[in-house]
Design a protein around this ligand. Structure first.
Ligand SMILES: [Zn+2]
Length: 68
């Protein structure tokens, strides 16, 4: 199982940790969108999407992670 909270996501430009900003279920995948938290990067330009197979996604079992 994969828990998205156990994965470290860093910005490739400034190396700050990135913040989970949205979650979107797709066909067979859960897509998590991260944005840079550093303040020096353009959030739109550095946005990162991580996709986890639904069958392995431990975190999403408990519901949408951006809703509490
Ligand atoms: Zn950054």
């Amino acid at each position: 199982m994969i828990n998205i909270r156990d994965i470290s996501v860093r910005c490739g430009q400034c190396m700050n940790f990135m913040t989970l900003s949205s979650y979107e279920p797709r066909d067979g995948w859960n897509a998590y969108t991260y944005e840079c938290d550093g303040g020096t990067c353009d959030a739109a330009a550095t946005r990162t999407v991580i996709e986890v197979p639904v069958s392995l996604d431990e975190f999403a079992v408990r519901g949408c992670p951006t809703e509490g």
